[in-house]
Design a protein around this ligand. Structure first.
Ligand code: IPM
Ligand code: MG
Length: 357
């Protein structure tokens, strides 16, 4: 039986980048004799325009029944005035919750060919290789909130952050296990000097540490971690943190590798896993065919590895991406004039990857 991949292009550049990644999946399937079937579904602003909701029931149901989900991006200024509960972002938040995707893995690795593209000094980023393990369905993102209320004649809004011990334990365990397969170091990031949720987080992670005595654990406050990522990114192996801190730190960490356009992610839970680039829908360049497809192609590689357990196929896609970069193919976000590289569009970049498969 063919494994079913649900493809959700979403908004903005989502269509271009998922098309590129599906082309790569198809070629890989052919090469490795994998039986894959694809089913496309709407989400985000596009779905809202068509049927009045950012996450149609059919999309969630198909995702739940799939072997893996490949997601593009959602959002755009066009929907800024839409009421909060129907914003395009609700599509990805609803999918994460609906699929029980409690962990988001965001690897950051600097390809040798791209060291000079990082805004940080080459000697600082060379060899950086870390993964952010972000808690994805708890914390302030999913706590109780109030859009607007009047208190003593003044308008206010609030969002509540809360974490339970089991929520922290399951993400911490995944981080420890991830570190075991890497360099054996976990850095837990919180704001325990100020926040109660962070103190519970730190206590819970620390209590688990004896079970993972082969893994080194340290703790950093999020503000210090943000600085350390820019000062000495090579010190990190696995960073584990809550939903909001993980969102912010992963965008910061992405630039270490040269461009956010290169960064894939895997969201893992109890059922179907979902794979998406960490950049957004980039409405300013949508439809121009210039977006970098590599973050999505590398997300497809993670789908092969984590959802389908096809390690060799995943390795082949990653090697083909490295080869395309090594021969000097560059989309606009990673192109520097006068370096002898070739500036290419989305489709040509995908073709270069296909050629190396
Ligand atoms: C991300 C994005 C999302 C998030 C948005 C689109 C809701 O920024 O995946 O990092 O905040 O989680
Ligand atoms: Mg983000």
């Amino acid at each position: 039986m063919a494994k079913k991949i649900v493809v959700i292009p979403g908004d903005g550049i989502g269509r271009e980048i998922t098309d590129a990644a599906v082309a790569v999946l198809k070629k890989t399937a052919e090469k490795f004799h994998l039986a894959l079937s694809y089913e496309e579904h709407d989400a985000g602003g596009t779905a809202y325009d068509k049927c009045g909701t950012p996450l149609p029931e059919a999309t969630l149901a198909a995702a739940q029944a799939a072997d893996g989900v490949l997601f593009g991006a959602v959002g755009g200024d066009k929907w800024d005035a839409v009421e909060p509960a129907l914003r395009p972002e609700k599509a990805i938040l609803g999918l994460r919750k609906g699929l029980g995707l409690y962990a988001n893995l965001r690897p950051v690795k600097v390809a040798d060919a791209l060291v000079e593209y990082s805004p940080l000094k080459p000697e600082l980023v060379k060899g950086a290789d870390l993964v952010i393990v972000r808690e994805l369905i708890g914390g302030i993102y999913f706590g109780e909130k109030c859009e607007s209320e009047q208190v003593d004649g003044t308008e206010r809004a609030w969002d509540m952050e809360n974490y339970s011990v089991p929520e922290v334990e399951r993400i911490a365990r995944l981080a420890f296990e991830t570190a075991r397969l890497r360099r054996g170091k976990v850095t837990s990031v919180d704001k325990a000097n100020v926040l109660a949720t962070s103190r519970l987080w730190r206590r819970t992670v620390t209590a688990l540490a004896p079970e993972y005595a082969d893994v080194a654990l340290d703790h950093l406050y999020v503000d210090n971690c943000a600085m350390q990522l820019a000062v000495r990114p090579t010190q990190f192996d696995v960073i584990v943190t809550g939903n909001l801190f993980g969102d912010i730190l992963s965008d910061e960490a992405a630039v270490i590798g040269g461009s956010i356009g290169l960064m894939p992610s895997a969201s893992i839970g109890t059922g179907t896993s979902l794979f998406e680039p960490i950049h957004g829908s980039a409405p300013d360049i949508a439809g121009q065919g210039i977006a970098n497809p590599l973050g999505t192609i590398l997300s497809a590689a993670m789908l092969l590895r984590y959802a389908l357990r096809e390690e060799a196929a995943a390795d082949a896609v990653e090697a083909a991406v490295d080869a395309a970069l090594a021969e000097g193919r560059r989309t606009a976000d990673i192109y520097i004039e006068g370096t002898g590289c070739t500036k290419v569009g989305t489709r040509e970049m995908a073709d270069a990857v296909l050629a190396h498969l």
